[in-house]
Design a binder for this molecule. Structure first.
Ligand SMILES: [Cu+2]
Length: 219
């Protein structure tokens, strides 16, 4: 079997000589979980066939295309975004994600909090250079849970590159998911015009009432 794997790796390198493809194979519970890296992309902790504990079979196969980039900013506080900020899948489903990076800088799609006995550090990880796309697959656990999806590059998550995946009924919304649970660190100075309008209207109303009372007394 080892020889077959070596031959497979050699063929892969021969077929993709300009991509410098490397595959690091990790043995885990007698199964192999590859980290696949090219010049422009990375797939880590992919799981295409190992059932999480409590799953008797794969419940369904779901395909998602998640796009990343400035085109998907959903509010005035953000600088990055995903086009999908919430995914809903059945427990034990197999989820294939096509991650398309439309920006000119590198982005990631990381899912956190997965079972560590199956996903090292509880993490599933896709990464693509600007203008590149990559495909990865995972099998979700059987429990109702909500998992964070984000880009871990410096401040990208804080600036809007956050999403969540609900398994089954989900659990609690992850804070700071655009269009789902608000913004993590809203820029307060952007709220000042709204506050000014509110207090200005309130003050005008009080002055109007006082003026009206005074007029009534004079009459
Ligand atoms: Cu990013």
């Amino acid at each position: 079997m080892l020889i077959l794997k070596k031959i497979k790796q050699a063929i892969t390198v021969l077929l993709f000589p300009n991509l410098l493809m490397s595959q690091m194979m990790m043995d885990h519970n007698n199964h192999l979980m590859p980290m696949i890296m090219t010049e422009t992309t990375l797939v880590m902790n992919q799981n295409i066939d190992i059932l999480p504990n409590g799953c008797n079979e794969i419940s369904e196969l779901r395909f998602y295309t998640i796009k990343a980039g400035v085109n998907y900013i959903s509010n005035q506080h953000d600088q990055f975004g995903y086009n999908v900020t919430e995914l809903n899948v059945k427990p034990c489903s197999k989820v294939e994600i096509t991650f398309e990076n439309e920006d000119q800088i590198r982005h990631q799609l990381m899912i956190h909090g997965l079972p560590r006995y199956l996903y090292p550090q509880g993490m599933f990880h896709l990464e693509a250079n600007g203008g590149s796309s990559v495909i990865g697959t995972l099998i979700v656990p059987p429990d109702n849970e909500t998992y964070l999806i984000h880009c871990d590059l410096s401040r990208h998550a804080e600036l809007g590159m956050r999403s969540q995946i609900n398994v089954g009924e989900g659990k609690n919304d992850i804070p700071g998911i655009p269009m789902v649970s608000g913004h993590l660190f809203p820029d307060l100075y952007l709220e000042k015009p709204k506050q000014f309008i509110f207090f200005g209207t309130f003050l005008s109303l009080i002055l109007y009432v006082l003026f009206a009372i005074k007029e009534k007394r004079v009459k």
